[in-house]
Design a protein around this ligand. Structure first.
Ligand SMILES: [Mg+2]
Length: 349
C-alpha cells in the first residue's frame, strides 16, 4: 500500500460504502465487493462483452487540468463507449489503481465518486477492484463487463460496398478542448459567448458522453452493418472498419458535423475546423454503416430525434479511403491517427 496514511482495509471499506449496489439493481450480483471474487449472473439469452483500459498519469491524463472526479468519470465512460459500440449495455465494472504518495484518501474518494457518477448514468455497478502503490505516477485500470442479446452485437467487420456511413454528434470538439486545456483558456477568452464555447469544448474532452442510447437504438432496430466508437479520430477509426470489413470508403468532408463552438474556435485560431475534426481523437461518437435498404429507416430515426447522426459518405469496393474536399475533388484521406498521449515518450525522458 502507498505510504500516505491510509490502510488498505480502511480504504476498501470507504470505497465499498461509496459504491454499494442499489438493492433493486443487484439481482445479478450474487456476491459483490468483499469476497475473493464477485459472483455475477448473466441475463438469459445475452452474451458478455468485456473491455479494459489502462490510464497512466503523464501519458493519458494530467492532473494539472483534470480533477480526480472527472478522471474517474472519464475512465469509466470511455469503457462504456466501447460497450456501446458493440451494441451492448455496461453492467459491471472493476477498478484497479496504483496510488502514488501524492494521492490523499480524499482524492481516491473523489476518483471513485466520478466513476460512480458515470456508472449511475448507465446503470452499471462496481463489483470489485484492487489498490496498490506506485513510486511516482498514478495508474488507473478500469474493466467493464457489458451484455447484449447475441443477435444485436455490432461488429467492425460487417460493412459492405454501397452502405452509407454515418457519425453521431459532432467531431473535433475534444481535440480542440485538449488544445485549450494545454495552452490555457486565457489566450482565447474574448467575452462571454466565447468562454461558453471554450468550456463546451473542454468538457467534451474531460467528460465524454458515451452514445449508449443511440447504439441501443441501432442495435435493437438492427440497422447498422458495422460500428465503432471514435477514439482514434474519424480517419483512423474508419480505417479500422474498412480493414475489418475488407472494403474502402469515400467521405464527403463538407458533410462532417462541426459544432458551432468548434467552428468559432477554429475561426479565432485561423484554422480549418476539419483540422480538428478529421484526425480528431477522443470524440467517443459512434461511426457506423447502414445498408442502402435501411437508409430510409435510418433517416426516419434521425428525423424522429431517436439518433442524432449525419450521413457523411459511402462504403466502396476499392480498398482505400478517399475524401471529397471543399473544392468537390476527391483525394486519398490521410490517416493520421490521434495519439492518446499527452506527451511523446521522447519528451518524457
Ligand atoms: Mg473502441
Amino acid at each position: 500500500m502507498p505510504g500516505n496514511g491510509f490502510g488498505e482495509f480502511d480504504l476498501i471499506r470507504r470505497l465499498e460504502r461509496l459504491t454499494a449496489a442499489p438493492f433493486a439493481s443487484s439481482r445479478h450480483i450474487l456476491l459483490g465487493i468483499g469476497d475473493d471474487a464477485a459472483v455475477l449472473k448473466q441475463t438469459r439469452g445475452h452474451l458478455w462483452l468485456a473491455t479494459t483500459d489502462l490510464l497512466a498519469e503523464h501519458i493519458h491524463f494530467d492532473l494539472t487540468y483534470t480533477s480526480y472526479d472527472k478522471l474517474g468519470y472519464k475512465a469509466a465512460a470511455v469503457n462504456f463507449s466501447d460497450i456501446a459500440a458493440m451494441g451492448g449495455m455496461p453492467r459491471f465494472i472493476l477498478v484497479a489503481m496504483a496510488l502514488s504518495r501524492h494521492q490523499t484518501p480524499r482524492d481516491v474518494e473523489n476518483l471513485y465518486r466520478g466513476i460512480q457518477s458515470a456508472c449511475q448514468d448507465v446503470g452499471a455497478i462496481v463489483v470489485g477492484g484492487d489498490t496498490s502503490a506506485s513510486k511516482k505516477d498514478l495508474f488507473l485500470a478500469v474493466t467493464v463487463l457489458g451484455e447484449a442479446p447475441s443477435r444485436n452485437i455490432l461488429r467492425r467487420s460487417g460493412a459492405r460496398p454501397g452502405d452509407h456511413v454515418y457519425v453521431t454528434g459532432s467531431l473535433g470538439d475534444a481535440r480542440a478542448g485538449l488544445e485549450i486545456l494545454r495552452e490555457g483558456p486565457k489566450r482565447f477568452d474574448e467575452g462571454n459567448r466565447s468562454a461558453k464555447g471554450l468550456s463546451y469544448l473542454t468538457r467534451r474532452h474531460l467528460s465524454p458522453h458515451p452514445r449508449l442510447k443511440e447504439a441501443q437504438c441501432l442495435a435493437q432496430n438492427r440497422i447498422a452493418s458495422a460500428a465503432i466508437d471514435l477514439s482514434d479520430g474519424l480517419a483512423g477509426d474508419l480505417r479500422h472498419i474498412c480493414e475489418e470489413s475488407g472494403v474502402g470508403a469515400l467521405i464527403d468532408t463538407r458533410r462532417i458535423p462541426i459544432s458551432s463552438a468548434l467552428a468559432r474556435y477554429a475561426e479565432q485560431r485561423r484554422r480549418n475546423a476539419l483540422e480538428y475534426a478529421l484526425p480528431g481523437g477522443e470524440d467517443y461518437e459512434l461511426l457506423f454503416t447502414v445498408p442502402v435498404s435501411k437508409v430510409t429507416r435510418m433517416e426516419a430515426l434521425i428525423r424522429g430525434q431517436r439518433v442524432q447522426a449525419t450521413n457523411i459518405g459511402i462504403i466502396t469496393k476499392a480498398n482505400r479511403l478517399m475524401a471529397i474536399g471543399r473544392d468537390g475533388v476527391s483525394r486519398p484521406l490521410r490517416v493520421k491517427s490521434y495519439e492518446h498521449r499527452l506527451y511523446s515518450p521522447a519528451r518524457l525522458t
